[in-house]
Write a protein that binds this ligand. Structure first.
Ligand code: TPP
Ligand code: MG
Length: 378
């Protein structure tokens, strides 16, 4: 099986490798800060969902390295296209964390949405793989215009079974555009294991069939994710075309807050992968390098908690819209009659039931909860 690119050892049998060129101490700390901010957002979002303060949430706990590592390799002018699993990636590009939380809360109007152009972050994509052709198209347009702009899209192992994956990969390779296809192979697509998803041993070997570069990395190692992405972007900018990166990892948590993996997989297997999670591993690595200490680690954690706590306050200060937003915003020209009918139906459902006052009660009072007797007027 193709070897995994890895820099962070396990502090025991697996040795560390030297930090690759291009990552100075300040970069390592900044990358660690990004990881912690993502983790803090994710943990808080799960708690908010459990408290009924946001809706269903797709957690990414354990996949922070695939996100922060890859994004850190991008230039600010490069575009990134997240799936729901990278829902909070925009906060590393200046999107307010409260905007992402509002998205999960289901706010309408201008809330919960950012302008992709402002941050060069595509909309959070829920339909599987439909954002891949967008990434290819963006890089193709950049090539035609002579702009030095690359694109990167994240997607899962399950997304490789979609037609959009094929179309985006093939087109990008034929036209030699600067696109990075970053596949987070967490080995599960909800309840479908990778063995039922593909007959190949790896994701990365599919790169050869498209005539593009491929590299397989340890998806729990943010430095490896950074290095693979950096090299892929450099090649893309040099006119060498796209790259498929397979970040091999394991989905350490449920698919989303509405999922119970106990129903379809052996969670003792999940427990074996847990020690590889990227935050503890990166912290230990940076401490071995002498770049991070306990005080700095605590300060970074506190700062992230404060940022996200403030985001929750901001999100909850937004006026909750009425259910009529279900019908607004689809047509610029106003609502068609079908929508108006739907809205009236909804208002009917919303109307509280009429409570008819009870008539005078015969006999001695039995207090507030007196039940009408058979034959009483009602
Ligand atoms: C086109 C489409 N089909 C089906 C779904 C339902 N669905 C949501 S997540 C998911 C699994 C995707 O798995 P994978 O690509 O491995 O990504 P992961 O969730 O593991 O990050 C499916 C099938 C969808 N969102 N879009
Ligand atoms: Mg998956």
């Amino acid at each position: 099986m193709t070897e995994l690119l890895r820099y962070i050892g396990d502090g025991a049998g697996v040795p560390d490798r030297e930090v690759p060129d291009g990552l100075a101490e300040k970069d390592l700390i900044e990358l660690y800060r990004w990881l912690v901010l993502l983790r803090t957002f994710d943990e808080r979002a799960v708690a908010l969902q459990r408290q009924g303060r946001i809706g269903t949430y797709a957690l990414y706990w354990g996949e922070e390295g695939t996100q922060a590592g890859a994004l850190y390799a991008c230039e600010e002018r490069d575009w990134v296209f997240p799936s729901y699993r990278q829902n909070a990636i925009g906060i590393l590009r200046g999107v307010a964390p409260s905007t992402v939380l509002a998205w999960w809360r289901g706010y309408g109007g201008g809330h919960g949405f950012y302008n992709p152009r402002d941050h060069r972050v595509g909309p959070i994509c829920v339909p599987i793989a439909t954002h891949l052709p967008h990434a290819t198209g963006l890089s193709w347009a950049a090539k035609i215009r002579g702009d030095d702009v690359a694109s990167l899209s994240w997607f899962g192992d399950g997304a490789t079974s979609e037609g959009d994956f094929h179309e985006a990969m093939n087109f990008a390779a034929v036209f030699k555009v600067a696109t990075v296809f970053f596949c987070v192979n967490n080995q599960w697509a909800i309840s479908t294991p990778i063995s039922k998803q593909m007959a190949t041993a790896t994701v990365v070997e599919k790169a050869a069939a498209y005539g593009m570069n491929g590299i397989r990395v340890d998806g729990f190692d943010p430095i490896a994710c950074w290095k693979a992405t950096k090299d892929a972007l450099d090649r893309g900018r040099n006119g060498e075309g796209p790259t498929l990166i397979e970040a091999y990892c394991y989905r350490l948590k449920p698919h989303g807050t509405a999922d119970d993996p106990n129903l379809y997989r052996d969670e003792s297997e999940t427990a074996k992968w847990l020690p590889h999670e990227p935050i503890g591993r990166t912290s230990a690595f940076l401490k071995r390098l002498g770049v991070l200490d306990d005080d700095k680690e605590r300060a970074i954690g506190d700062e992230a908690k404060q940022t996200i706590a403030q985001a929750v306050v901001e999100m909850e200060a937004i006026d909750q819209p009425g259910r009529e937003i279900l019908f607004e915003g689809t047509y610029a020209t106003g609502m068609p009659w079908t929508f108006e009918e739907g809205l009236r139906e909804l208002e009917e459902v919303d109307r509280p039931p009429e409570v008819k006052p009870l008539g005078p009660q015969p006999g001695p009072s039995t207090g507030d909860h007196a039940e009408p007797k058979p034959g009483d007027p009602s």
